[in-house]
Design a protein around this ligand. Structure first.
Ligand code: CTP
Length: 431
């Protein structure tokens, strides 16, 4: 398919050479449109050699081919990586002072911006307002990653890895190639979410299953794959939220544009969550947290014949309770402004009580703002790509059933509810 790769003038321009390779190696026809400033970082010969095409930056080259209109009109996808603060401002203002901004005005295909800049520039209200404007017009903005920036600084502002940007673009190209795939699924509870409706929202998501170490080679664990939590983090980032994902033992690649902290035990997860929730608007506790851990950790492997007096004796492992992290977050909030807190309830039901009744009891016990109840069992949910859940709210008898549906569809439905709760808890505007 026809891709225009816009490159604006930031040090991360070199990473776009790798992004270009990913496109060309997948058979796409890529035209690179660098800004004049981008050429100060990576020269035209590099773009030309890697794309196999001439490279123009101004509207005066090959005028007879009318490139300032033709390129945008003919593209199946335009991706700008890195997108500097200046480029975002020019795009949001609708300027057309070089070839790339002309392409952006004439393109009617999906447009993706991957911003990269210093943290202060990214967080500046002017840049955030420009991002909001672009997203409100349907552009996809991949939030920058956190980490080492040019010089000694660290913070949000890094260009996500080329593979992560490529994954977003590949998904959009696949949707464009088969529009059927992008239409709402019958299981979806409502219309497709508005792109960018979570810009300005900070969400912490926990995912996976904790492991409680017993000795250097053994742990107590659970079957959670982390797929549902990862889907929530990925969809939240794609909808514009700033997302921190705390992943407990998940064997999945980091979702694009998400800051990921990897943890092992419940106590690690509690520490990481508490460190991340400062300033968060919502916390989604999708992780399966072990309720108990071994009372003592053996620093050397527990041997089969651990008791010389009775070589056949099986060891008795004493357990102690782990903190209930979710209930702790609710308690810590008190009456002050606290994030919207979403719990998950994995229930099997039993002979006397059905899954929904157990869910309501858990919602009352935990005191969170939304409970996502899913029915689990060895043949259900764990590791599968589809899920079926019920959303419960305190003080309401209503149950919203979602699915069976892909975990991304479930994620969007949970995020719709989170967005509504965050909006409802925002202080009234002074205007
Ligand atoms: N949770 C938590 N800390 C724990 C246990 C669970 O924060 N120690 C959170 C989970 O992340 C989830 C919710 O609480 O969002 C419910 O988890 P679940 O295991 O279903 O509930 P439990 O409180 O463990 O209750 P029970 O074992 O009785 O079902």
């Amino acid at each position: 398919m026809k891709v225009v790769l816009g490159v604006s003038g930031g040090i991360a321009a070199y990473k776009s050479a790798l992004l270009l390779r990913l496109f060309t190696e997948s058979g796409h026809d890529v035209t690179v449109v660098p800004t004049a400033a981008a050429l100060a970082f990576v020269g035209a010969p590099t773009w030309s050699a890697l794309s196999g095409k001439p490279v123009a930056t101004d509207v005066w080259t090959a005028v007879h081919e009318v490139p300032h209109v033709r390129l945008g009109q003919g593209a199946d996808l335009v991706v700008v990586a890195p997108a500097t603060a200046d480029l975002l401002a020019r795009a949001a203002a609708g300027l057309a002072d070089d070839l790339l901004t002309n392409v952006l005005l004439t393109a009617r295909c999906p447009v993706v911006f991957a911003p990269a800049m210093h943290t202060e520039m990214w967080e500046h209200p002017a840049t955030q307002a420009n991002v909001e404007t672009l997203v409100s017009r349907g552009a996809h903005v991949i939030p920058p990653a956190s980490g080492r920036l040019t010089g000694a600084d660290t913070g949000p502002g890094r260009l996500p890895e080329p593979e992560a940007i490529f994954a977003v673009c590949r998904h959009l190209l696949a949707q464009a190639a088969s529009p059927q795939a992008s239409s709402p699924q019958p299981a979806s509870p409502g219309p497709a979410p508005t792109p960018g409706d979570l810009v300005g929202t900070r969400i912490v998501v926990t995912a996976g299953g904790t492991r409680e170490p017993l000795d250097p080679v053994r742990f107590l664990g659970n079957r959670s794959s982390g797929k549902q939590g990862y889907a929530i983090a990925a969809r939240a980032a794609a909808r514009g939220a700033a997302v921190t994902l705390i992943a407990a033992n998940v064997a999945l690649p980091d979702p694009a544009g998400v800051t990921v902290h990897r943890v092992e035990s419940a106590l690690d997860l509690e520490r990481a969550t508490q460190a991340a929730i400062d300033e968060a608007d919502a916390v989604v506790m999708a992780a399966a947290v072990a309720d108990f851990r071994p009372a003592a950790y053996a620093s050397t492997k527990i041997k089969k014949t651990h008791d010389p007096a009775d070589p056949d004796a099986a060891p008795v492992i004493e357990l102690v309770r782990n903190p209930d992290i979710l209930a702790g977050l609710v308690r810590a909030g008190g009456s002050a402004r606290r994030p919207v807190i979403v719990g998950f309830a994995a229930e099997t039901g039993d002979a006397d009580t059905d899954v929904l009744t157990l869910g309501r009891e858990k919602l009352a016990r935990k005191g969170c703002d939304l409970l996502v109840v899913n029915e689990v069992g060895t043949d259900k949910t764990f590791g599968h790509d589809d899920n079926m859940v019920h959303l419960l709210r305190p003080g309401s008898e209503a149950v919203v059933d979602i699915g069976p549906a892909p975990k991304a569809v479930i994620a969007d439905a949970v995020l719709d509810a989170v967005r509504d709760l965050v909006d409802a808890s925002a202080p009234p505007s002074p205007l």
